[in-house]
Design a protein around this ligand. Structure first.
Ligand code: ADP
Length: 236
């Protein structure tokens, strides 16, 4: 484990590891040029804790999140989620681990525009249900994120704060062991940011791990631990 991981909050050490990443490397080659986006990143997230990943633009945060979620393959190193390896497996197997164990909230959004919120949630649940993971009913999830009456709304009918909460409901639809989120409170007003952070804390208290890529001072302040990336490495 990297010495740069600092335990600062009550959640540190509280539970078993739900996600481990060991010595991750990721290179990108464009023509003659090679970018080392990740250079030996190791970390872990325990059940019940919230970890914030921060660092300047280009430091490797999005690449790390994609490798942890099994959306991208590291060139070196290994990622385990809930004891199952997700790295270096065929795409279908990575998708299965993701459907069963991981909630992903990306900046690009995770809602299909032509489906209402209920249908978006049910779609996210369908793969997980086939694997025996029931998840909560759509109305329960929408109620939990403060959108009890919006099940029939299309994403384009929602205001910014509502959209962020709807995205979170979809990310939580499979009752994940770990939630991985890229800037979940980016461009939200303070009140909505607080609401989202409360929901994430609830999730952690219920026993999930939460890892957030963020620039928000408020998110960093409320996290149990902070990991800072610089040039593809965890900063000491
Ligand atoms: P961050 O999320 O911290 O801004 P990224 O993970 O997006 O950082 O990028 C890390 C480095 O990898 C940057 O130098 C970026 O230009 C490079 N990079 C990211 N994705 C690609 C890609 N698909 N092809 C080439 N280079 C990439």
């Amino acid at each position: 484990m990297d010495a740069a991981e600092t335990g600062t909050g009550a959640g540190a050490g509280a539970g078993a590891d739900v996600l481990t990443a060991c010595d991750l490397y990721r290179f990108y080659r464009t023509g003659e040029e090679e970018t080392l986006a990740l250079r030996g990143v190791s970390l872990r997230v325990r059940r019940g804790e919230t970890v914030a990943v921060t660092g300047p633009s280009g430091s490797g945060k999005s690449t790390l999140l994609a490798c942890l979620a099994g959306l991208d393959e590291p060139d070196g190193g290994v990622v385990h989620v809930g004891g199952e390896r997700i790295s270096h497996r065929p795409e279908a197997e990575r998708a299965r681990v993701r459907a069963r164990r991981i909630g992903v909230l990306l900046q690009s959004g995770n809602l299909l525009p032509h489906l209402d919120l209920r249908a978006n949630i049910r779609l996210a649940q369908s793969a997980a249900r086939a694997l025996g993971n029931r998840g909560s009913e759509a109305w329960v999830l929408l109620d939990r994120v403060g959108l009890p009456a919006r099940g029939r709304a299309l994403p384009r009918e929602l205001a910014g704060g509502e959209l962020a909460r709807a995205g979170l409901a979809v990310a939580l639809a499979n009752d994940p062991d770990i939630l991985l989120a890229d800037e979940p409170t980016g461009e939200l007003d303070g009140r909505t940011e607080q609401r989202i952070l409360e929901l994430l804390r609830e999730r952690a208290h219920a026993g999930a791990g939460v890892l957030l890529v963020t620039h928000s001072v408020e998110v960093v302040r409320t996290a149990d631990r902070v990991i800072t990336l610089r040039d593809g490495r965890i900063r000491p």
